[in-house]
Design a protein around this ligand. Structure first.
Ligand code: BV8
Ligand code: ZN
Length: 270
């Protein structure tokens, strides 16, 4: 850790890619871990346009279940440490695959959300985007504050058993069903976010890959792009991943501990 922080202190440009692992300590299940979301559901079953067109009710119920979990979760020390880090380097970008919005709630401002945000909406017929507020207006059941108040029982009653297709949100422009504002498998990523992410990976001195299994493309190619141009590649993840062998430093521990320790040492030496 000491030698790593020595190097980090000299960095002019730092990029951080995060995945579901940084939110694990906020109580949000990851996708592929042992208690992962994908264990119960097959992502291609639910996080795809095909699944939504086949059975919008089932897909919305799954997202509302996740939105309720996230609505009552809070950013953890790892999110807060990353929000701190953005102030410590002249150039900094946080590239998150997470759709839970916890980085923003922890105070991160220099970030791009590669896979969208679960509390927003998207009409896949006309392309209209719905902000969190706009989605709540056309779909009150998706309102963060409403979901946070629901007990497990009430959620089961009102949503899992009670939600009706006619209650699903319809697009104000074209009348089609509106879906969650996340990037599904087979969908392209938001252009602006993706180009900022590639630019950051191509120009940074240090690239962190934190809490991601580095399996989903194109996000998973970012660490290798950074490595190829000569950045120091760092992985923070209790488990091995396909990029571990390319890393200059790996910290096999929970992200909240490692990131807090790094920020503490950076501040001591500044
Ligand atoms: C695209 C949003 C084409 C939705 C997500 C074969 C068949 C079909 C498709 C493909 C294929 N091969 C490649 C593809 C493309 C596909 C893909 O990569 N599939 C993979 C699975 C093989 N990619 C796509 O479809 C992308 N789009 O390619 O479109 C295209 C191109 C041009 C033009 C038009 C179209 C879209 C990808 C985005 C999909 N959306 N989510 C939703 O959330 O419901 S993906 C989903 O996975 C999440 O966004 C998540 O962020 C992402 C990555 O997962 P991780 O974040 O890494 O989470 P995971 O659970 O896997 O890992 C957690 C890690 O944390 C673990 O390593 C664990 O050890 C660690 N951890 C645990 N605790 C801690 C910790 N670490 C630190 N601290 C802890 N405490
Ligand atoms: Zn529309």
């Amino acid at each position: 850790m000491k030698d790593f922080v020595e190097l980090l202190l000299k960095a002019k440009s730092v990029s951080i890619l995060t995945g579901a692992g940084v939110s694990a300590e906020s109580g949000i299940p990851t996708f592929r871990g042992k208690d992962g979301l994908w264990n119960k559901y097959d992502p291609t079953e639910l996080a795809t346009l095909y699944a939504f067109e086949e059975d919008p009710l089932r897909v919305w119920k799954w997202y509302l279940w996740r939105m309720r979990l996230i609505a009552s979760a809070r950013p953890n020390a790892g999110h807060r440490a990353i929000a701190e880090m953005e102030k410590l380097f002249p150039k900094f970008l946080l590239i998150t695959q997470n759709v839970d919005g916890l980085h923003k709630r922890a105070g991160s401002r220099k970030l791009v959300e590669l896979h969208g945000n679960i509390f927003e909406g998207k009409c896949r017929s006309c392309g209209k985007h719905y902000s969190e507020e706009e989605l709540s207006r056309i779909f009150p059941l998706a309102d963060k504050n409403y979901l946070r108040e629901l007990s497990e029982e009430e959620f089961k009653e009102r949503i899992l058993n009670g939600l009706k297709e006619r209650e699903l949100p319809e697009c104000l422009i074209c009348g089609s069903l509106v879906g969650p504002g996340v990037v599904w498998f087979g969908e392209s990523l938001p252009e602006n976010a993706l180009s900022q992410a590639f630019k950051a990976a191509e120009n940074c001195d240090v690239f962190f890959s934190v809490g991601t299994s580095a399996l989903v493309q194109p996000a998973a190619s970012l660490p290798l792009i950074a490595k190829r141009q000569g950045a120091i590649l760092v992985e923070i993840n209790p488990e091995e991943t396909p990029i571990s062998s390319y890393c200059d430093f790996t910290f096999r521990a929970p992200s909240s501990e490692v990131l807090s320790e790094i920020v503490l040492r950076l501040k001591e030496q500044r």
